[in-house]
Write a protein that binds this ligand. Structure first.
Ligand code: GAR
Length: 207
C-alpha cells in the first residue's frame, strides 16, 4: 500500500480527481493519509473532510519567518511519514530540506507542457494567461518529480491540449484540467504504486 500526503492551496479539483480514482479503484493500493493546505479557506480542505481524510492547515502567514514555517511543514510531513508527497495545486515552494528528506518521493502537477510556461511566477491562471498572450496553439499539463528547482525535476508524463479560438484563461484552465490534469495525476500515482514508475522507494517505518 502506497501512503500519500496531498498538498493543496485552493479549489482542490486535482485532489478530488485523486480521491475519486482511489475510491472507485482506478488507482489501486494507494491510501491518502492526509491533506496539507497553506490556505485555511481552501475548498480542498472541505473535500478532504467529506471523504474522511485527515487534514491540516500550515500557512507561512502564521509563522514569524519562512524558516519556522518550513520547520512546521517538515515536522507535520515527517509525522505522517508518507511514501509519496503529491503537490496538487500547491502554490508554496517546497523547502530544500523536505526535497532532500523525500528525494524522488515528491511529485507535482503543472498546467503547461514543461519547459514552456513554467518556473517562478507561472502558477494557476497566470500560466493560461501567458499561453494565450503568446498565442501558442497547443498547451497541456505535466506531472514531474520535484527537485530543488522550480518545475525542473524529472518529467513523468505530459498530455497536450488544444488552445481554441475565443479561449479565456478560465475556459482554457478548465479544458487543461478536464483533458489532462485530472487524468495524468491519478495515472502517475497509480503507476508509482504498481511499480511501473520508478521513485525514491518506500519510507522506512520508525523502529
Ligand atoms: C491546477 O491547475 C494545477 O495544475 C495548478 O494549480 C491548479 C490547482 O487547481 N498548479 C500550479 O500552477 C503549480 N505550479 P486545483 O486546486 O483545483 O487542483
Amino acid at each position: 500500500m502506497l501512503e500519500i500526503v496531498v498538498c493543496v492551496s485552493g479549489g482542490g479539483t486535482n485532489l478530488q480527481a485523486l480521491i475519486d480514482a482511489v475510491e472507485d479503484g482506478r488507482v489501486a493500493n494507494v491510501r491518502i493519509k492526509g491533506v496539507i493546505s497553506n490556505n485555511r479557506n481552501a475548498r480542498a480542505l472541505e473535500r478532504a473532510g467529506r471523504h474522511g481524510i485527515s487534514s491540516c492547515c500550515i500557512s507561512p502567514k502564521d509563522y514569524e519567518s519562512r524558516e519556522l514555517f518550513n520547520e512546521a511543514f517538515l515536522r507535520q510531513m515527517i509525522s505522517w511519514n508518507p511514501d509519496l508527497i503529491v503537490l496538487a495545486g500547491f502554490l508554496v515552494a517546497i523547502p530544500e530540506q523536505m526535497v532532500r528528506e523525500f528525494a524522488d518521493r515528491i511529485i507535482n502537477i503543472h498546467p503547461s507542457l514543461i519547459p514552456s510556461f513554467c518556473g517562478v511566477g507561472y502558477y494557476g491562471l497566470k500560466v493560461h494567461e501567458a499561453v494565450l498572450k503568446r498565442g501558442v496553439k497547443v498547451t497541456g499539463a505535466t506531472v514531474h518529480f520535484v527537485d530543488e528547482g522550480m518545475d525542473t525535476g524529472r518529467i513523468i508524463s505530459q498530455k497536450a491540449v488544444s488552445v481554441e479560438e475565443g479561449d479565456t484563461p478560465e475556459i482554457l484552465q478548465r479544458r487543461v484540467m478536464e483533458q489532462a490534469e485530472w487524468i495524468l495525476l491519478p495515472e502517475a500515482v497509480h503507476g508509482i504504486a504498481d511499480g511501473r514508475i520508478a521513485y525514491g522507494g518506500k519510507r522506512r517505518q520508525a523502529e
